[in-house]
Design a protein around this ligand. Sequence first.
Ligand code: TA6
Length: 298
Amino acid sequence: PQVTFSDDNSRVSAVLPTGESVTVLLYGATVTSWTDATGAEKLWLSSAAHLDGTKAVRGGIPLVFPVFGTAPDHAQTGKLPQHGFARTSRWEFLGKSTSESAGGSGAADLTAKLDFGLSAAGLDEAARKLWPFAFNLIYSVNLNRESLTTSLVVTNDDDKAFDCQVLMHTYLRVKDISNVEVLGLESAEYVDKVDGAKTKTQAAAVTITGETDRVYTPAGEAVTVVEGGKKTYSVTRDNLSNVVVWNPWTDKAAGMGDFEPKDGYKNMLCIEPGSVSGWQSLEPGDAYEGAQTITYYS
Ligand code: TA6
């Protein structure tokens, strides 16, 4: 049983012999599609998302680097656009590979891996001027029957240190946001960005009943998305200390030109693993790696 890879000048995809698939746009190394064996999409993608490189993709898994949001008081990243330049740069496709887990018995244990790279040479002039560091990013997208793992390695190739933030801005597809609960954040501290960036503590399961924009620092490494009482996703983090939970709700959805359909907020929930409540300081030669694994339960 073999994995089918295809790549044209703008996107790369992998399809497992059992039917699961992933598609990655070279623009931003943005995962735009992840399906189960029946072709059912696991990620939400706006029907008005720009897929032609003219704007960060509204949906899928945009990559946030070197800054989350904007950091006007941060000398090195203060002038960068919201969420940095990784999601709006053209990445290189570095290659593909297939591996079989030990003791695998064939199709059930295959993993398809797609690798992408971005360095200073790949940045447009504006970005390089605003953030003049020699760096290298390697982004790996790993697909198997149950899960999708995305991992980012940042290396400092400069002769001076730099600070960065990393986040995987995952838009999970849900059937109906009013039936969704997020478990695993109980008793975690969070910054509530829709309530004056106040720091609060999460009491019970997270439910979404309006615009929600929270930066959690949970003790555990996994969160679970439950719909109608049934587990639908788990998201585990590796070396990423934060989880952002975001839903734009009606007004913010109405205000985003590339967010369609306007009631699409009912079918998506952003669960965004990242390292964003502080800064990763990389000395020359240092590397930082962070990863997420999203498992779905059909
Ligand atoms: O991750 C949540 C967030 O920071 C929200 O505040 C909202 O701005 C969202 O990202 C989308 O940002 P974007 O730049 O993609 O429109």
